[in-house]
Design a protein around this ligand. Sequence first.
Ligand SMILES: C[S@@+](CC[C@H](N)C(=O)[O-])C[C@H]1O[C@@H](n2cnc3c(N)ncnc32)[C@H](O)[C@@H]1O
Length: 241
Amino acid sequence: MKKKSFVLQKIKEYLSNKKFAIQRRIHPGIREQHRLDSLVGPRGYWNELQEYQLNFLKSKGMQSHHTLLDVGCGPLQGGIAFISFLDSNHYFGLDIRSESLVEAYKQVTRYDLIYKNPNLILSDTFGKIELNGQQFDFIWASQILYHLEPDTIHRFFEAVSLHLKPGAYLYGDIIGAPNKVVQDSHWNGFRFYLHSFSFMDDAAREHGLSMKHIGQIGDYGYPIAIALHTNDMFEFQKIRT
Ligand SMILES: C[S@@+](CC[C@H](N)C(=O)[O-])C[C@H]1O[C@@H](n2cnc3c(N)ncnc32)[C@H](O)[C@@H]1O
């Protein structure tokens, strides 16, 4: 019985992929959206994931006068909504891939948001070099921490602890349970790492950050049709000394 429903599921996925592949060939808009989706993850959820990202940070108190650093911003799935919402000069997005930032610039133009002066930064140091110690009210690390190997998680915390204002918040998610992700599998050349709570907590503390588990991303409007909705979300703050 289980095997039969698995096979049916696979056939459905195959037919849906085929249908989508044909639509993509015919319709330039669908092709363009597919290209953007493939730079951020699951295809077909751009608007929902954009809404989830903005609503999440608003629910945590982000207002238009706040400043935001979006780590691993990609082609601005969340970024476009953040830039629209925040005051001019208050959005900073950084990514390690120039390909994503090329798309990000195109999105800013497409949505007439140049007047907001978003700052898009190519960085493999989480901004440690490029941001020159600049501090933010919020730092957002959506769907990226599980692509960072343990040493890089340390480099990440080291950098973001420099970029958090006192009392400011960093949010980020790791793979939760149950999930279908296999340790060391890949997405777009990035490996998946299944970090434990205790590893994240120890690493954060080593770099002067406290960590609090605040539920799974599905609790905050991340589409439950995507397997990653069980990802665990954490809130980090500088430990007061
Ligand atoms: C799954 S996508 C998520 C994009 C975006 N945060 C979102 O939620 O829509 C992961 C992003 O992290 C970026 N990335 C991966 N490793 C990185 C690193 N070490 N530094 C900066 N960005 C990185 C990738 O290029 C990609 O754009």
